[in-house]
Design a protein around this ligand. Sequence first.
Ligand code: C2E
Ligand code: MG
Ligand code: MG
Length: 505
Amino acid sequence: MLVVSTIALTSAVLMAWRGPAYGDFLLGLIVVSLAVLLVLAFVRLQADHKVGVHIGDLVEKHRRIEELHRVDSLTGALSRAYFLDAFKVQMKGEGGRSGLALLIIDIDRFKWVNDTFGHDMGDAMLAHVGRVLTTRFPGALVGRIGGDEFAIAFAGPVSDKTCRWAGERVLETLREPARLLQRTMQTEATVGVAWAPEHATSSDDLISRADLALYEAKRAGRRCVCTYDAGLMKKQQYDSFITRELRAAILLDHLELHYQPLVNLSDGEIVAVEALARWRHPVRGLIPPSEFIPVAEDSSLIELLGTWVLRRACRDARLWPDIRIGINVSPKQLQRPEFADSVVDLFAQEGIDPRRFVFEVTENILLESTERHKDQLNRLRSCGVRLSLDDFGTGHSSLGYLREFTFDSLKIDREFVKDLGQSETSRTFVAAIAHIGRGLGMSVVGEGVETEEQAKMLHAAGCSYAQGYFFAVPMSAADLTEYLKSPPEPVVPSDWPRSLAGRQA
Ligand code: C2E
Ligand code: MG
Ligand code: MG
């Protein structure tokens, strides 16, 4: 424009000064300049348009990349990083005022789903959970914060009752049957809940509190909701203490192994003993297995403990050549691919016959049975180790699973045995379990027998063996040796086989 105005002004001046001929020439020059300028402006506009389109593309791409990072593509829930950011913001707002509940949801047996139905089913289940949580709880902040872990934050008035209720609703909603890859599946989950401002005022602290509650819910058997309370923090500190001290106790050989006899109910003979770990802490005194075994199972300590128990049992077993030894094996140990081989090596090193050992596994192993568990159990069985299904009736037992594994014996949990004589239901259960066990070729053992009446009823119900304080309490290897040399004088009831009389130690 400046150029055109300059030329126009110059031609006007020249026309006035030199006459119209110069004016015509200059007018032509202006027209040509204008045409050139128009062409240049057009080219510039085109270029600008292209750049504009390009920038638009870039913005859209950037938006999509953001979206991809923001939302977990498989589940539609917020990705971990975005959830944590958004949750932090909510904690600063609602968390400090009206209240904010954080639920951490862990899908139960997800590994089993993957191993049994394939990874496509695992993905379908995760997508289903994401869909359910984002659509059925609108307004809540939903994120996928781990492989099979989700989090939901609800803003609003919070209390133990409302948070527990919210957790139950989540479990119920997930439990509704859904068609996934041509199968009808139910998703079971476990929930831990903590809320602000009561439990924490920072997002990191609230997440760790909800995590603690989740951990507790898993310990309580899963498929449930656990809410945080200050006691859980103390428990966590105690668990860390147990982990530290137990490692040292195992390495320093400070544990003891006790043995509890199993008797044949038809002749009273002691046919086997069960090895039970005992820990006498120098300051805290006797710590029961119910306190240290779950902690060991949650860490790699259970492997160390298992090896210690087996080695000690192999050595003690030489003292009683006619008696089999029962060893409790945790599912965690069976998860290790090299478990069976390491056991076989240990038997070889100790020069002991594997047929003298009975490995006891709890029925929850059936629930989470994977090919790996099966391989390990089959490998052990093929080298002569017997297998026993422990604590039967207390876990999530399904008779269908019994077809998948071959067990040599089945131990009826003491929960059923303790009510024998008082509850008709218990008697019916015990008789039914004994019938199924025998029908499947297993010998059936009653656990936790404390009275003569219970022993008699087990016998009448078809159990072959029994174990419990009525016969003998767990005792050290030295005490068992003495006990076997001279069992206590039996007190024989008139209608009871002589050898079965109480052998209280
Ligand atoms: P379990 O395998 O079912 O062992 C039987 C438990 O019942 C033992 O408890 C035993 O002392 C107790 N008991 C035996 N007779 C009676 C009775 O008449 N009445 C009552 N009330 N109880 C009786 P303990 O030694 O406290 O062991 C508890 C659990 O800890 C065991 O249950 C087992 O699952 C686990 N455990 C013990 N030692 C080991 C171990 O070395 N490795 C592993 N993985 N688990 C172990
Ligand atoms: Mg046992
Ligand atoms: Mg048991």
